[in-house]
Design a binder for this molecule. Sequence first.
Ligand code: DAH
Length: 327
Amino acid sequence: MDDFEMLVETIKTQIDKVKDLDEVEKIRVATLGKNGNITSLMKKISTLPQEERANFGKKVNDLKMQIEKLLSEKTSVLKAEVLKSKSLERSIDLTIPGPLRSVGKIHVINHVINECVEVFSKMGFNVVEGPEIENVYYNFEALNTPQWHPARDLHDTFYISETLLLRTHTSPVQIRTMENQKPPIRIISAGRVYRNDYDATHLPSFFQMEGLAIDRNISIADLKGTLENAIKTLLGKDKIVRFRPHYFPFTEPSVEVDVSFAGKKEWLEVLGAGMVHPNVLRNVGFDPEKWQGFAFGMGIERIAMLKYGINDIREFPRNYLKFLRLF
Ligand code: DAH
């Protein structure tokens, strides 16, 4: 091995051992830099006698090219390694599960409303809406309940003005519908109502679903059949549905409907109903000799209480998440 070959070998082993780009640069400076050993060999060429120059020059040049090649190869290897480790650092593990977001759900009362709508829709009732701030005329007068009527005491509520109040029941929707539709009519309407009440079975603000069916030859048998079918579909065939005589100014005859619970030992009232009073029909310009109908107003929370075995109605608006998540 001549000196040149030895030099190449030494530099080669140095380059082999190199671990980063800084070290490559150091070797480059030490060999090919201004004062590098290869550079000084190049400089030496001009000092040699003429006949040696060509041979020596060629060898130095070969050496220089070999070193350059080794250095550039090593540089690309190291650069590739740096890139790889950087991209690993930044890489995303797609198998890690994302952060869990808490998802809301429909409130139990809305859920029960939806079920009621479904049951009555299948029996041919259409959904209509009415305002929560209601005119005294629609809430009382048109429903055969004049100012002096004792039934008004049971419907104490917030008055916004002399003539505007928070509706005490969904029954005014009956009047609004009959003013705008011709019979035959079959509608339901769910929404909030307001009263001066508060205990385990009463709330100052609760939900009702009103129903109204007007046609020729409607009898109390239609009322009983419709309501019994709806309640048993909602709450189960094993429930006993009790029709109890009652009084409402806007129906004659009138009933209240109770449903059995606690192993048929107790009863909870779920709705008021009756045959639409002739005066109510007259108030909207329908001839009571031609048209009859039945109507009902169902307590949504009461249905929910029976459906899920809840014994205090005040649970529903309490917004206690542990309770709400049960449904
Ligand atoms: N509006 C009555 C109440 O809230 C319930 C009711 C009774 C509605 C008889 C009716 C009905 O439509 O016919 O107490």
